[in-house]
Ligand binder design. Structure first.
Ligand code: CP
Ligand code: NVA
Length: 312
């Protein structure tokens, strides 16, 4: 593994390796006992959008592993505006050991990755949220013990989290049903990419308009905001289009009796999910948030322990 720019570009083996190492870090406190594997390493973090979980867990993770972080806001870097993305990549490669970036544009992440000779990590783009979903599949395994015969149901907007969930389910052989209103579904090209992986892994990917049909017998019910960062101007329209897609008690009656409820957070309580459900017994949303720390420590260790010079 030389980077983490999307779930789609990972192999099933790489995903499994990250999940296994996350368990070791969380439960065996492997890294704590083993000292500071990233002592002296520095991660530059570029944020073009706001964050609570991603920023704090990367900072805490790097500190616990013995390294340091540098926070760069969009005003500082002005990626692609003050300076070409490739020039930023080449500069950072001379000073730091890794780059984590949260941006609107997946393309910027790809240019950074092509032109930096240090590992690049996607901390969310409009297309994918790989760190989130790797942590989520670790959480699912913690709660359900196996991925075998599991059904995940995603309800809501076909957004970055939805894409990464679909790709990960397809790679890992997990069935996924998606209830998404017309006009908000993932692009055909990406669905076909996931379906190709699903053919190999045996996973079933099904799209529904009606959330009550999608949620039937689901082991995991996942939702995310209807209005993602950057879409704020569409909020009113989206509330109208998504009003039948709320995860609430009535909808969850149709899920498997041992279902868990997941949400990447931040949540808009009363929109995509009720407060009662997010605070309810089936909700694992704060375990997901905790696991962001453990999974990212695994990712950072795999990518940065031995500095991978990509020869650029
Ligand atoms: N789930 C997640 O990535 O949260 P933040 O936007 O707060 O980082
Ligand atoms: N889909 C959400 C995820 C936030 C972690 C967004 O992009 O705003």
């Amino acid at each position: 593994m030389k980077n983490l720019i999307s779930i789609y570009s990972l192999t099933r083996q790489e995903i499994e390796k990250i999940i296994v190492l996350t368990g070791k870090i969380k439960y065996e406190k492997k890294v704590k006992k083993g000292g500071k594997p990233l002592a002296g390493k520095i991660l530059a973090m570029i944020f073009e959008k706001p964050s609570l979980r991603t920023r704090v867990t990367f900072e805490v993770g790097m500190t616990q592993l013995g390294g340091n972080t540098i926070y760069l806001s969009s005003e500082d870097v002005q990626l692609g505006k003050r300076e070409a993305v490739s020039d930023v990549a080449k500069n950072l490669s001379r000073w730091v050991d890794g780059i984590m970036i949260r941006t609107y544009h997946q393309e910027k992440i790809e240019i950074l990755d092509r032109t930096a000779n240090i590992p690049v990590i996607n901390g969310l783009s409009d297309l994918e949220h790989p760190c989130q979903v790797l942590g989520d599949f670790f959480t699912i395994l913690e709660k359900k013990k196996s991925f075998k015969n599991l059904k995940i149901c995603f309800i809501g907007d076909g957004n970055n989290v939805c894409y990464s969930l679909m790709f990960a389910a397809a790679k890992l052989g997990v069935n996924i049903s998606l209830a998404i209103p017309d006009g908000y579904r993932p692009g055909k090209k990406y669905v076909n990419m996931a379906k190709k992986d699903a053919l190999i892994s045996g996973s079933k990917i099904e799209f529904f308009k009606n959330p009550y049909l999608a949620v039937k017998d689901a082991d995991v019910v996942y939702t995310d905001v209807w209005t993602s960062m950057g879409k704020e101007k569409e909020r009113k329209k989206r509330i109208k289009h998504f009003k039948n897609y709320q995860v609430n008690r009535k909808l969850l009656d149709k899920a498997h009796k041992d279902f868990i409820v997941m949400h990447c957070l931040p949540a808009h309580r009363g929109e995509e999910i009720t407060g009662e459900v997010i605070d309810g017994l089936h909700s694992v949303v704060f375990d997901q948030a905790e696991n962001r720390l453990h999974v990212q420590k695994a990712i950072l260790t795999l990518l940065m322990k031995e500095k991978v010079k990509k020869g650029k």
